[in-house]
Design a protein. Structure first.
Length: 459
């Protein structure tokens, strides 16, 4: 079935005419290997990406453009575009840092080279969230070409969102006037399906921790000592296994895991296809898919430090370490969840093994007020940009820690979450991509929203 095209209008035609420029700019942005972890990529890559964003804002007439040195050692980019007198202020957010490419050999095309294939644009950050930056720029350019931007716009592009180190959150808390706005558009989520306009109403929070297990003063020959010497890697595996029930549900002592999601549902077969679950492999957990990914906690072992298979020696391991992520739904405090996770891990040590847990990242869950005037303006904008479709409201299993910071600093601000990370985008995985049609339609949506929000605030 053919997908609907944007409603023909001067604004939609202008957005369409800007798409070649959007592709060229996204290609430039994707080329920066802006992983905000100096252990993996030089920080000069992030700095170059930040400079690119700052130059782009200056070229569009933004004032007060600045590279914000945030407390985690990274840079966020800020700029302000004045609107008509008395107009409301809208903050547009995206981030220019990206996840590492993982196994570069598994990419069909180079991860840091935007490549068109089968109607999509492939590259790390194409959807999450360099495409979000291009979406903001395209929407603003279209408005400027069709009569002007009707609101005061602030743009902030974060430099360490994927690392969860909280630099921009702490900077905002120290400079509360900087990001103050009447409405905030977070361009870092996505539609439930390509062509189905969606706002994200909830975000799970996250706590990350490293867990280390020590059992011996040093590694031992497995033939001479194995069988009696306590193996730290085996102990770690047992500790990690305690985080899941037999059906795969997350089980952290003291943490509620029975909440239900009310709203848009995620059919199991559709989820299996989106997640590319292998034939014969069962999904984990109980309840609906929406319950599991939007309303309940979820634990993931992100990595384990242990000898690789190639080059391994016949040794009993003296120590082992893992990085664990725990996602928590709205209504659960991430700080308390982190304490429960640490207590659980420490209590499950077998054989008297020594276990230590260190929290390394945290972000609170978020719930939006979908009854606000901004959501009505967004619904109307999406109805126009996606003919025949109504705005849907969904949850998001991921975390955007800045949302709660902004909600706390500016309790009257209306916060909306949209973006390009629909299921086919495969964000955080190899072969991440973005739909150029979604980029076009969401750029139009944002431009229409800014017009309508300005009108509703003036009435």
């Amino acid at each position: 079935m053919a997908r609907p095209t944007p409603h023909p209008s001067p604004l939609s035609a202008t957005v369409a005419s800007l798409m070649p420029r959007a592709r060229a700019e996204l290609a430039e942005l994707v080329a920066f290997r802006s992983v905000a972890d100096p252990a993996q990529f030089p920080m000069s890559e992030c700095e170059a990406a930040a400079d690119w964003v700052a130059d782009a804002l200056r070229a569009e007439g933004f004032e007060d453009v600045a590279l914000l040195d945030t407390p985690d050692g990274t840079q966020s980019v800020y700029g302000r575009l004045p609107g008509p007198p008395g107009a409301p202020t809208v903050l547009l957010y995206a981030h220019y840092d990206v996840q590492p490419p993982l196994d570069e050999a598994a990419w069909i095309s180079p991860p840091f080279e935007l490549t068109e294939r089968d109607g999509r644009w492939y590259g790390r950050g194409a959807a999450d969230c360099k495409g979000g930056l291009v979406m903001h720029l395209t929407a603003l350019r279209a408005l400027k070409a069709e009569g002007g931007v009707p609101v005061t716009v602030k743009v902030v592009a974060e430099g360490s969102e994927e690392q969860g180190t909280g630099g921009l959150e702490r900077y905002a808390e120290e400079h509360p006037e900087l990001l103050a706005a009447d409405a905030v558009v977070i361009g870092d989520t996505g539609n439930f399906r390509v062509g189905l306009p969606t706002v994200t109403a909830t975000l799970r929070g996250m706590t990350m921790a490293t867990v280390e297990v020590h059992t011996l003063e040093g590694n031992l020959h497995s033939g001479q000592f194995g069988g009696a010497a306590p193996d730290a890697l085996a102990a770690l595996i047992r500790v990690l296994d305690s985080l899941r029930a037999e059906d795969g549900s997350t089980t952290v002592d003291g943490l509620d895991a029975d909440a239900a999601w009310e709203g848009l549902q995620y059919e199991e077969e559709a989820f299996r296809e989106d997640a590319k679950v292998l034939n014969g492999v069962e999904l984990t957990g109980s309840g609906t898919v929406a319950d599991r990914i939007w309303a309940r906690p979820a634990v993931t072992v992100l990595g384990i430090d242990c000898p690789p298979v190639v080059g391994a020696t016949p040794s009993v391991q003296a120590s082992a370490r893992a990085l664990v992520s725990l996602r928590v739904p709205p209504g659960t405090d991430a700080t308390e969840a982190g304490k429960l996770l640490a207590a659980h891990l420490e209590s499950r040590a077998p054989w008297g093994a020594r276990v230590s847990v260190e929290q390394v990242g945290q972000g609170q869950p978020f719930r939006a007020d979908t009854g606000s005037p901004a959501y009505a303006a967004m619904a109307e904008a999406m109805r126009t940009a996606y003919p025949g479709e109504e705005m849907q409201t969904a949850g998001q299993g991921g975390s955007i820690p800045l949302c709660n910071t902004l909600a706390t600093l500016y309790p009257e601000a209306e916060i909306l979450l949209i973006g390009l990370s629909e299921p086919e985008a495969q964000i955080h995985a190899v072969n991440e991509s973005v739909s150029p049609q979604e980029l076009e339609r969401l750029s139009l949506t944002e431009a229409l929203f800014l017009r309508r929000y300005a009108a509703c605030r003036a009435s």
